[in-house]
Design a protein around this ligand. Structure first.
Ligand SMILES: CC(C)(COP(=O)(O)OP(=O)(O)OC[C@H]1O[C@@H](n2cnc3c(N)ncnc32)[C@H](O)[C@@H]1OP(=O)(O)O)[C@@H](O)C(=O)NCCC(=O)NCCS
Length: 151
């Protein structure tokens, strides 16, 4: 990615949904259902944001917020754009949303790239949910980040 063409981050639109599913399918993953994306279009608690590079959707992040706590539901980057800081840009974007003090997420024990990403942002592993994922009985790691009070 060239520095002269910055990444744009925008709230999900209805016409983006099938493209996001395609990004998942290309990697043989299924993290967010079509129904969940559609419901988020009309929700005040659930939000999905897409990253666009030169008009192409290259990734997304999903969050839900309750009071001052945000759950990070999903973060996915198109295969050919990975390792170019797109997930980092999406995470930085949601971490800049005001009035949130606690961030939580869960990640598969085998998903080392995602764990490295979260650790780079100082998330800490606080809990293990044993055999949490029904498809392969893999453990889930719960990660948390506490933001210090803003001045
Ligand atoms: C996890 C994922 C979102 C990372 O996206 P990305 O845009 O490639 O991440 P970034 O380029 O911002 O990387 C930031 C840091 O994450 C870590 N990281 C990312 N991919 C990594 C990999 N394949 N191996 C090791 N560390 C990795 C590194 O610490 C990296 O920093 P560095 O490049 O300075 O070493 C991407 O691999 C992906 O879409 N995976 C499939 C979906 C998924 O599993 N999502 C998480 C669960 S919802």
């Amino acid at each position: 990615m060239k520095k002269s063409n910055p990444l744009e981050i925008q709230e999900l639109k209805e016409q983006d949904i099938l493209l996001l599913k395609k990004i998942e399918e290309e990697q043989n993953i299924s993290i967010t259902s079509l129904t969940t994306f559609s419901q988020a279009l009309h929700s005040t608690n659930y939000h999905y944001f897409v990253a666009k590079y030169q008009e192409e959707i290259v990734g997304y992040i999903g969050i839900s917020t309750v009071l001052d706590t945000m759950d990070i539901l999903a973060i996915v980057v198109k295969k050919e754009y990975q390792r170019q800081n797109i997930a980092s840009s999406l995470l930085s974007y949601i971490l800049s949303i005001p009035n949130i003090h606690t961030y939580l997420l869960e990640v598969r024990a085998s998903n080392l790239p995602a764990q490295k990403l979260y650790e780079k942002f100082h998330f800490q592993k606080i809990h293990v949910r044993k055999k949490y994922y029904p498809d392969n009985l893999e453990d889930a790691y719960i990660y948390e980040l506490k933001k210090l009070d803003e001045p």
